[in-house]
Structures are given as C-alpha cells and as structure tokens.
Design a protein. Sequence first.
Length: 279
Amino acid sequence: MAEKKKHRFWAWLTRPYQFVIYRDGNFEVLKKIRMNKITFSLVIVSMFVIFFAVISLLVVYTPLKYLVPGYPDHKTLELIYENAERVDSLSAELAAREEYLNMIRDIIFSEVPVDADFAVPVGNLTEEQIREFNDPTKPRQRYDESENVNVVDKNDIVPNLFVPLKGVIVNGFDKTHRHFGIDIAPSSDVAVFAVLQGIVIESNYTIENGYSIILQHPRGILSVYKHCENPIVKEGQKVRQGEQIAVYGNSGENTSGPHLHFELWQNGEPLNPTDYIEF
C-alpha cells in the first residue's frame, strides 16, 4: 500500500505539462514548453534568486542604497567615522590620565619613593635657587633683575591657600622620614575645607588612611586630606576655595587619635604646607 502511494506521488511530480504561447488574434503557436512540477519549481526558485541577487548588487554598489530606510547617507557616515576617531583619541587620553592618577595614588597612598625626575621645574629658577627658596631655615631671598634672574614670590608658584582645618600642628612635614604632610589637631571647628578651587579626583576609603579626599587644582597642585569622617564630596565634583568637603576624624589604621593628615603636592613633588599656609 505504501509503495503504491509513493509511486502515485512520484508520478504526480513527474507528470509532464505543456506551456503554449499563442499569438493574440489568430492563435498561432509561438512557443511550446514541456516541464513537470519539479522542473517548474526549480525555474521559479532560480528566478527569485537571480532577482534578489540583482537587487542586492544594485543596492550595494549604486546610490540606490541611500533610498533604503535606515541606511546612513554620506554625511552620517562621515560623522560616524569622525566620532569613531574621536572616541579612539579620547580613550587614549583617558588612559593616559588614568595612568597619571594611578601614579599619584601610588605615591600618596603607597610607600613608593618619590622620583625627583618626576617633578617639573618651576619657571626659570635653578634647582639651587628652588632649594634655597624652600629651605625654612633660610630667609627668603629676592633676586635682583640685574643678575638676569626673575624676582619670585612663593605665591607665584603656589597661590594663596585656605586653611584646611583650624587647629594645631602636632606632627610636621618630614620628607626624609617619608611624612609628606602635616597632622592637624583641631582647636574647635571640625570642618575640613578645600584649600583652593578644584575638582575631586579621589574620594574613597582605605584601611590605612580611612576616608581620604584628593583635590586637583590649577598649576599642577594636588591637596590630600586623610583620616576624615563623613566626606561630603564625590569624585568629579567641583569645589570652591574654602568650601567644606568633610569632617575631621579618626578613620583608618594609621592614626593615633582624631586629626587631619594634610598633604600638598605640585607636579608630583611633595610640598611643606606650612610654607604656603599660615595655621
């Protein structure tokens, strides 16, 4: 029974048909085509394939592609390429900035030696003049213009800074013992202030330093505030000079009591805050 059904189905597929083309009017036979259902199906499929292939070639290689809904025009493509180049350049710049910030974090939060070659010379002063100028044991010298050296004030290097916390310095700056800042015990006020206008580039918590804040200021200046409590600023936030950024505290393991550890850096070189701020 199954063999008969299979034979009938195959006979139905292979049954020949004749397509005749007549001339209109006198019914003259112009063309006769004999084919079965299988041949007819293959012809129809081939015609569709050829049709779509031709349409695809026209769309890809001719201006017809701009008529396709959603396909970008010349200006849009140029903007796409231009934006892609900008994204690449911004990514490179962001990576460079991130590398710089990581280096600053390593210097400030880790025990990484400070490389003197990392510091950028200030103005046209010689190294000897800068050492003399920053030496607290020597009086400030003002160089005469006749010696072809500019008269320099410390405010020309670091602008006037706001007091970060009103109090008493209990531990001073000591670069030889790797204490790159000062410890301030508050007198009465508990607020910690930004010494200069800038942007918050770090506001987080570490086990050693507790809640810490780093501000980026003009002229390559960084100010660091450690062992805070309840920081009220976030990374990327702009702050004004004298604006409260936190409350002093006793957070972190590297602390023996409530105080603010304050550091001042310029171009990767630690500065003695007492040279620039009157506490």
